[in-house]
Design a binder for this molecule. Structure first.
Ligand SMILES: Cc1cc2nc3c(=O)[nH]c(=O)nc-3n(C[C@H](O)[C@H](O)[C@H](O)COP(=O)(O)O)c2cc1C
Length: 190
């Protein structure tokens, strides 16, 4: 089996992105190692009605956010990298400025120091200068900021279509073809 991908779910709105990502990794046969923040347990419940444990059962390996000695807290544990979806402003700020108090931010910091890929699906709006500065600093550290901003050229007709496109484009950044992305011109010209 190929290297695992770390999935982080933090407490921004958009828990569905994290859930869809776990589904897509299972379909693509890529092992998922999951860490959920305390606030994410709240947003998951609020937005999907699911308990955090139900989401944990969708992953191959799960860690407690307080388990700062978990495998993913060390660069010697090899992974493809990490996606945090959704990513809160608080977590992006930790990543920007080196805060590593919990496993989510520690694992992200490790991914960056090992020069592996880190994709942050940052969800907040509107944004003040501090949010934008954090996103710039995280980018300068090597992260990819990928807000879940929908495209409409693929003519989505449901929330599912919109979520799938964003999740698929995140996985494109790891060369994982999820089959979820409707690609520009790929059907229109046939
Ligand atoms: C229902 C709900 C929705 C939230 N939506 C967002 C959001 O979209 N973006 C954000 O940055 N924080 C949002 N928050 C606030 C975060 O959960 C809060 O700042 C928390 O401290 C983030 O911690 P974490 O990064 O450890 O998950 C939301 C909180 C709740 C309860």
């Amino acid at each position: 089996m190929s290297l695992p991908l770390i999935v982080g779910i933090s407490g921004a709105s958009g828990a569905v992105y994290g859930l869809r990502l776990l589904d897509a990794l299972r379909t693509a046969k890529v092992a998922s190692h999951l860490v959920i923040s305390k606030s994410a347990a709240l947003t998951i419940k609020e937005e999907t009605g699911l308990a955090a444990d139900a989401v944990r059962s969708m992953a191959d390996v799960t860690y407690s956010n307080g388990d700062i000695g978990a495998a993913i807290s060390s660069g010697s544990f090899k992974t493809r990298g990490m996606i945090i979806a959704p990513c809160s402003v608080r977590t992006v700020s930790d990543i920007a400025y080196g805060g590593t108090e919990n496993l989510l931010s520690r694992a992200a910091d490790v991914v960056l120091k090992e020069r592996r890929r880190l994709v942050l699906v940052v969800r907040e709006t509107p944004l003040h200068a501090g949010h934008l500065r954090s996103m710039l600093a995280a980018t300068e550290n090597g992260a990819i900021i990928m807000p879940p901003v929908p495209a409409f050229y693929h003519r989505p007709t449901s929330v599912d279509d919109i979520v799938n496109q964003t999740v698929g484009r995140c996985l494109d950044l790891f060369d994982i073809d999820s089959g979820l992305v409707k690609r520009w011109r790929s059907e229109a010209e046939s």
